[in-house]
Design a protein around this ligand. Structure first.
Ligand code: SF4
Length: 384
């Protein structure tokens, strides 16, 4: 914020741009691999899966060391492939936890819960593992995810959860459910509808000892490369489909217990309140791209909504691997702060960070005394 303010002041008075220190993201999404053993009909990263590009384990560890030494707090092992397929997945999690003392979370498709059981002892309070399951029945699970092991069932996946919880109850285990509707498509593939399974999935998640189930709406990739919510493709009357989702999510909420929560994502709230257009008006500068980035085998990008998109590129997959590469990535990040016009590029995106970006923009443009602001932290959640 201080640098942005100084930059704007310097430019207004015709002075040279102020130098920025080694500012690195507070949190990253780290896509360990592009390999995936499912072929999900609703996969947003379809075009960048199962490619030859790979991380080099030693380089990746060096990147994490450099980032952690400069203030990075947390890593989400997620997307663009199945993280547990990374050859050194278990030791890599141990490295992040024991050597670098970072907060770690994992988003997995649930096919290799033996690996989740192996990392369980390293995870601590505030960490989480979320399985993308999106269904309540074995039939819908298999039709939506097309696992390479054809016999894999939701029953088999969920049977691991009590074992994992017994190994370490300190971290949260989540069941993730992307809500899909008739008319939803990925390229020319029709996506299987699952609204009718919301309640069944919730019962299953609760009975399997997950700590929560979280619901979010299906996203599509727009022509600009960004991930967008486009309910215009819903078949049937929009209001009626939304009412069906609302009714099912409310019924799911009635299944909450003191140890099991039902969560609605910000995107889902936007859909149900039909307020998504409000979140597509972004400030010109996206401040979040300096605070949270994505490291993927295809390169390093400014936002999870722009994996693999060339104009959102911060650097190669080895960005931040040493001092000179940190300087380079800081340079491209500041260039993106300058040139990536979020008010144009993200005008179709229902951005989760919309409000925080506007708040940060306000702090940059007015005279609030930043030093007088109080830093409030719950001390354990640094994921962005
Ligand atoms: S405005 Fe939102 S969607 Fe666009 S780059 Fe920033 S965080 Fe991502």
């Amino acid at each position: 914020m201080k640098w942005q303010r100084a930059l704007r002041k310097a430019r207004a008075s015709g002075q040279p741009d102020p130098v920025i220190q080694d500012l690195v993201p507070l949190s990253i999404n780290l896509d360990l691999t592009t390999a995936c053993n499912y072929a999900c009909d609703h996969c947003i990263d379809w075009d960048i899966l199962n490619q030859k590009v790979k991380h080099d384990d030693a380089v990746l560890r060096s990147q994490m060391r450099e980032l952690a030494a400069r203030g990075m707090q947390s890593v989400i092992l997620i997307g663009g492939g199945e993280p547990t397929l990374f050859p050194t997945f278990v030791d890599f999690v141990r490295f992040l936890k024991e050597d670098l003392r970072l907060q770690v979370s994992v988003v997995s498709n649930g096919s290799r819960n033996d690996k989740i059981l192996e990392i369980a002892p390293y995870l601590t309070k505030g960490d989480w593992v979320r399985l993308s399951l999106d269904s309540g029945s074995n039939d819908v699970f298999q039709r939506m995810h097309n696992p390479s092991k054809k016999s894999l069932t939701l029953d088999e996946i969920c049977a691991w959860i009590p074992k994992i919880k017994r190994a370490n109850p300190a971290f949260q285990m989540g069941f993730s459910f992307v809500i899909t509707w008739q008319g939803a498509e990925r390229d020319d593939t029709r996506v299987v509808e699952n609204i009718q399974e919301i309640v069944e999935a919730t019962k299953r998640a609760r009975d399997a000892q997950f700590d929560y189930i979280s619901f979010k709406p299906f996203l599509e990739r727009a022509e600009t490369g960004s991930e967008v919510m486009d309910p215009a493709h819903m078949e049937g009357e929009l209001k009626k489909v939304i009412a069906r989702i609302r009714e099912s999510v409310d019924a799911a909420k009635a299944l909450e217990t003191p140890t099991f929560r039902v969560l609605e994502s910000t995107n889902l709230r936007m859909l149900l309140e039909q307020s998504w257009a409000d979140y597509t008006k972004q400030p010109r500068v996206c401040h979040m791209q300096a605070l949270r980035q994505v490291v993927n085998p295809h390169g390093t990008f400014n936002c999870p909504a722009y994996r693999g998109v060339s104009y959102a590129r911060v650097g190669g997959r080895d960005a931040y691997k040493d001092r000179s590469s940190v300087r380079e990535a800081v340079g491209t990040t500041t260039a993106l702060l300058d040139n990536f016009d979020a008010s144009v590029n993200c005008k179709e995106v229902t951005c989760l960070y919309n409000q925080v970006n506007w708040w940060l923009e306000e702090l940059c443009s007015n005279d609030v005394d930043l030093d007088a602001m109080q830093i409030v932290s719950n001390g354990r959640d640094t994921f962005l």
